[in-house]
Design a binder for this molecule. Sequence first.
Ligand SMILES: *Cc1c(COP(=O)(O)O)cnc(C)c1O
Length: 384
Amino acid sequence: MKTNSTKFATKAIHAGQHPEETTGAVITPIFQTSTYSNSKLGESKGYDYGRTINPTRKALEENLAALENGKYGFCFSSGMGAIQCLITFFKPGDHILVTNNTYGGTYRLFEQIIKNYGIEFSYVDTSDIKETEAGIKENTKMIFIETPTNPMLRLTDLDALAKLAKSKNIYTCVDNTFMSPYFQNPLDFGIDVVTHSSTKYINGHSDVIGGCLITSNETLAERFKFFQNSIGAVPSPFDCWLVLRSTKTLAQRMKAHNENALAICEYLKDNPKIQKVFYPGLPSHPQHELAKKQMRGFSGIISIELGSYEQAQNFCNALEIFQIAESLGGVESLVCHPVSMTHGSIPKELREKIGLSDGLVRLSVGIEDQEDLIEAIKNALDKI
Ligand SMILES: *Cc1c(COP(=O)(O)O)cnc(C)c1O
């Protein structure tokens, strides 16, 4: 890297990247190789096997670690692969406390798979620090949260959470997918691990599935490296290259997502067909002050309450530009009905507890022209 800048956009473009040695190529190549030749027996260049180490992946890992202000980065073939690796650190008898409105796939991994290996999970509203503290047991080893949550966009106070966990010798992990490192850096607050589904904002072009873990904790990093190699859920060199290309524009994309989302919220907030708008950037959001304290922007996810399953369905079907699809964080706008799509595996009881109703619709606001997006929403609302 030809700069020591600590500023985001400069790091995004340069961290982890060096001109390629043989040709000087500015862009880190796709090292599409499974193995590396030794010049003599016992003499390697530090590269032995592609699952263990790959130069394209290494560049991406260093890049993402720099963006999250962490020392060590580890990349995986999916966000779930990253979370599986994190959980492998724990042992039967350990307890993990989780945000009660966590990503559906994370809930499914914990409840339907990891639980069978003797690790306990319980779910609390981590936006309430007292409830979080009350949920801690003798055998609690980690608190795993998302802030803001999906799709209710509730926040957890990162500073308070890190202090609470440290006072009890408990690890903390934040799934930072919704904010991307551009708007929020949990490690700066004393959180131990950050995880991302890089499928979302980090890659941002809806053409890669990927995940990562970032930490500055040496004990954790040493184990993650071992698990990454031993379990083998590693991303392909091509996928790493695509994500590395994408982080170069992360700053610009996140600014555009944020601006478009704010403008759409402005339009939505007084519309009588919408019962409620959930967005941390709105002064009416109950945790707007906290959002301003721990985030540098609010990202591009808006949830809206339309009152009934039927209204939600009609709105999604009438909406132009926004494609009906799972996932989020890409340059193109998407709309999703969490109850029938992303959050289908969450039991109804738990859904009701967190306020996830049949009438809730989630918008992933892309970076198309603002006027077009607002007009599409206006037209759809006029039709329902
Ligand atoms: C998508 C997502 C995941 C899972 O990531 P994959 O890349 O789909 O495996 C985890 N957490 C959050 C918040 C997500 O949105």
